[in-house]
Design a protein around this ligand. Structure first.
Ligand code: ZN
Length: 89
């Protein structure tokens, strides 16, 4: 059975827009999510990966038999640090 890979992204409704982020519809519920530049690298390196929102990811994590969550990439961590730094002034 092929492994299903998903990229979990935050819903647009839950975050202020961040420069460089692109809006994409969740593959499961259709809610718009932000895909950051570093996440595009992951999508590029993982053909066929599904983009889903945090709500759908949580729903699956509680029902799936085995869910493996990968570490954040350094680029993703940098973006979050940059975002938090910018938000705090
Ligand atoms: Zn969803």
């Amino acid at each position: 059975m092929p492994k299903r890979r998903v990229l979990i992204c935050t819903q647009v409704s839950e975050l202020p827009p961040t420069l460089g982020d692109v809006k994409v519809a969740c593959a499961q519920c259709g809610e718009l999510v932000f895909v950051s530049p570093s996440s595009w690298t992951i999508i590029h390196d993982n053909p066929g990966i599904e983009i889903i929102c945090t709500e759908c990811a949580l729903a699956q994590a509680t029902t799936a038999r085995s869910v493996r969550i990968h570490d954040m990439t350094p680029a993703q961590a940098d973006e979050i640090a940059e975002y938090l730094g910018g938000a705090g002034g």
